[in-house]
Design a protein around this ligand. Structure first.
Ligand SMILES: *[C@@H]1O[C@H](CO)[C@@H](O)[C@H](O)[C@H]1NC(C)=O
Ligand SMILES: *[C@@H]1O[C@H](CO)[C@@H](O)[C@H](O)[C@H]1NC(C)=O
Ligand SMILES: *[C@@H]1O[C@H](CO)[C@@H](O)[C@H](O)[C@H]1NC(C)=O
Ligand SMILES: *[C@@H]1O[C@H](CO)[C@@H](O)[C@H](O)[C@H]1NC(C)=O
Length: 389
């Protein structure tokens, strides 16, 4: 009996040891994997790694006048994104649109410019976009409560886009500040000429990015913003249908199972209600899986897929970003910092808007630009605390 028990115990111990070994090797792998995730997802780019800001912008612009600015933006934004992380894509997109049309001057935020009815592209839901604009207003209100009349809407937008990327899992990076807000917004034709469409091919993409000073690498890296966000069917149904007849014709570059899934989401042409995720693998997580989709012919837009099908130069960049997230993150940050300084107003140009959706009542062009659109009669003319002299 004794022997039997001893045998049993030793077998149990062996078993336990085996289990322990298995467990500890799993634990080791786990520790290794989590260390890997932490070390690659926590990319934090520092000022020293970035080019000197353009004249008039600086890394420390509000250091004296609004020292808590970045904390206020981050905490207000995080409250909003904790409720709905999908807004991160909307905020990134607002900054992109703002900068590509007439420079990063907050013009996009002005009522009358934010909607561009004929825009045929990766429009997040109108509701998504409306909420993103509302979040900017909430941040601006929180900023005004601490440092009234000091911080522009264009800067708030740049910071909100940066913090949205970080909150969704992307890189953290410094943003040069000191942008001024425009007094007016761009015409629809200027908007259309400056925003690439989802049906663009590589040549067409570079014809918009190139003249703004972006390299092919910058363009491919900024396209990686499509690692988060959604798009309406009508922005990619050129890949599923003959858009004039509605006949189903599949784009031969679309991978089969991905194409079937898109047909089930968009059963007919010109659908403006249903949406698909831009990144089929990790829709709300900012990572490099967008480039893996591109490699697998599972990218949503013609413009996305063209990075791989139209040229081996851009294809090689896609491959390098798909295989190394840190390489993508570093190039994305360089692209974003460059984009965030496009044609900025600085110094005494423009103004510091007190409300992001309207120019300040005191600015002379307020009457020229806004009066024909909305009556100024209801607006208080005495309330212009932030007059710019
Ligand atoms: C998009 O719009 C549809 C229809 O209005 C709505 O059901 C859906 O929740 C919206 N999606 C997002 C992410 O806002
Ligand atoms: C891109 O589109 C333009 C305009 O439709 C066309 O002329 C050009 O041939 C296209 N380029 C490629 C590589 O498909
Ligand atoms: C779409 O249909 C129209 C009308 O039949 C035809 O002229 C056109 O060539 C078709 N387009 C494609 C891409 O097949
Ligand atoms: C889809 O919309 C486009 C643009 O509005 C229009 O030209 C086209 O005729 C529509 N296609 C169908 C099949 O209704």
């Amino acid at each position: 009996m004794n022997m039997y028990y001893r045998f049993l115990i030793s077998e149990l111990q062996k078993d336990a040891m085996k289990k322990y070994r298995v467990f500890s090797s799993i634990a080791c792998v786990f520790v290794f994997v989590s260390a890997f995730i932490i070390s690659t997802s926590g990319l934090h780019v520092h000022v020293d790694d970035l080019p000197t800001p353009v004249d008039g912008l600086s890394w420390t612009f509000y250091k004296e006048t609004c020292p808590d600015l970045e904390d206020i933006v981050k905490s207000t934004l995080e409250q909003a994104l904790d409720q709905d992380i999908t807004q991160a894509a909307g905020l990134l997109r607002l900054h992109f649109h703002d900068c590509f049309v007439q420079g990063c001057d907050g013009s996009l935020l002005l009522t009358g410019s934010a909607s561009n009815p004929s825009e045929q592209e990766a429009q997040p839901n109108l509701s998504l976009r409306a909420r993103a604009l509302q979040i900017i207003d909430e941040i601006k209100t929180a900023v005004e409560a601490s440092c009234s009349g000091v911080v522009t809407c264009a800067d708030v937008l740049a910071l909100a886009a940066r913090d949205s990327v970080a909150k969704a899992g992307g890189p953290k990076y410094p943003v040069p500040l000191g942008r001024r807000d425009s007094l007016d917004f761009a015409s629809e034709s200027v908007v259309l000429a400056n925003i690439p469409t989802p049906t663009s091919n590589l040549t067409q993409l570079m014809s918009i990015f190139g003249p703004k000073g972006f390299s092919l690498t910058d363009m491919v890296a900024l396209s990686g913003g499509h690692t988060i966000g959604i798009a309406h069917c009508n922005s990619f149904d050129n890949r599923l249908y003959n858009t004039s007849t509605g006949e189903a014709i599949v784009d031969p570059t679309l991978e089969n199972s991905f194409a079937s899934n898109l047909y089930s989401i968009c059963p007919a042409v010109n659908d403006t209600v249903n949406t698909a995720d831009l990144d089929v693998l990790t829709p709300n997580y900012f990572d490099n899986s967008y480039y893996v989709n591109v490699q697998r012919n599972q990218a949503l837009f013609t413009s996305d897929q063209s990075l791989y099908t139209d040229s081996t130069d851009s294809g090689d960049i896609v491959d390098s970003f798909a295989s190394k997230k840190t390489v993508f993150f570093k190039k994305f940050v360089l692209g974003m910092v460059k984009m965030g300084q496009l044609d900025v107003l600085t110094g005494s140009e423009g103004e510091i808007r007190s409300k992001c959706s309207v120019p300040n009542p005191t600015s002379s062009s307020y009457e020229e630009v806004i009066e024909p659109i909305v009556s100024t009669g209801k607006r208080s003319r005495s309330g212009h605390v932030h007059s710019e002299l």
